[in-house]
Design a protein around this ligand. Structure first.
Ligand SMILES: Nc1nc2c(ncn2[C@@H]2O[C@H](COP(=O)(O)OP(=O)(O)O)[C@@H](OP(=O)(O)OP(=O)(O)O)[C@H]2O)c(=O)[nH]1
Ligand SMILES: [Mn+2]
Length: 179
C-alpha cells in the first residue's frame, strides 16, 4: 500500500498500537491516540497542510517522547524525513521539567518549517483541550501557566501558518496574553 491513503493508515495504526496503554489526563481518561489524530486533523482540515510527511509526523509526534519507540525504528518504517520531524518535536525527558520547558521555547525558533507546523497544531490542540476540561489534579493557576508558556513557544514559531497562528492568538487573547 504505497498510496498516500495507505501510508496514512499504516502510520495511524502504528501510533495507535504504540499509545494503546496510554490515556489523556482528563477525568474521562480519553484514549491518548485521540490527541495525535486530532493534531494531524488540525493540520489537514484547518491549516490546509497536504504534505503527507508532516501529517505522518503529527500522528507520530509523541511516540518517541512517551512510548518505547526509537528514532531508528521510525526511520526504518517511515523514512528519514518523518523520523527527523518527530525528533525535532521530541523533548528530552531526562531534563528537569523547568529546564525542559525553557529548552522547548528556545528550540522552537530553530526548528524546520515542517516541525514548526506540528508544534503549532500540538499547542492548538492542547490549549483547546484545556478550555474543554481541566486535567485531573491541575489548578486554574497551572492551566494559566501552561497558556503563558505555550504563548512563549508559539511566539518563536511565528511566520509558519497564518490560519493556525490566528486561532492560537485568539485563545491567548481570551487569557489576556498577546503573541
Ligand atoms: N491539555 C491537556 N493535555 C494533556 C492531557 N492529557 C495529556 N496531556 C499532555 O500533557 C502535556 C502538558 O502537560 P505538562 O504537565 O505541561 O507536561 P508534561 O506532561 O510533559 O510534564 C502535553 O504534552 P505534549 O503534547 O507533549 O505537549 P507539550 O505541552 O510538551 O508541548 C499534553 O499532550 C489533557 O487531558 N489535556
Ligand atoms: Mn502532543
Amino acid at each position: 500500500m504505497n498510496s498516500e491513503a495507505g501510508i496514512l493508515i499504516e502510520t495511524v495504526n502504528f501510533a495507535a498500537d504504540k499509545h494503546r496503554k496510554q490515556r489523556r489526563k482528563d477525568p474521562e481518561e480519553t484514549p491518548y491516540i485521540n490527541h495525535p489524530i486530532g493534531v494531524a486533523r488540525i493540520l489537514s482540515h484547518e491549516g490546509g497542510v497536504t504534505d503527507v510527511e508532516v501529517l505522518q509526523a503529527a500522528l507520530l509526534h509523541d511516540t518517541v517522547e512517551d512510548t518505547d519507540t526509537t528514532p531508528t525504528e521510525l526511520e526504518a518504517k517511515f523514512g528519514p524525513v518523518v523520523a527527523r520531524i518527530v525528533q525535532e518535536v521530541t523533548d528530552d525527558k531526562s531534563l528537569p521539567k523547568r529546564e525542559r520547558k525553557r529548552v522547548q521555547v528556545e528550540h522552537a525558533a530553530q526548528c524546520s518549517r515542517q516541525a514548526k507546523l506540528v508544534k503549532l497544531a500540538d499547542k492548538l490542540y492542547n490549549l483547546r483541550d484545556l478550555n474543554r476540561c481541566t486535567p485531573v489534579g491541575w489548578s486554574s493557576e497551572r492551566v494559566h501557566e501552561y497558556f503563558v508558556w505555550a504563548s512563549e513557544v508559539v511566539r518563536n514559531l511565528k511566520g509558519t501558518n497564518s490560519v493556525l497562528e490566528e486561532k492560537l492568538a485568539e485563545l491567548f487573547q481570551e487569557r489576556g496574553l498577546t503573541l
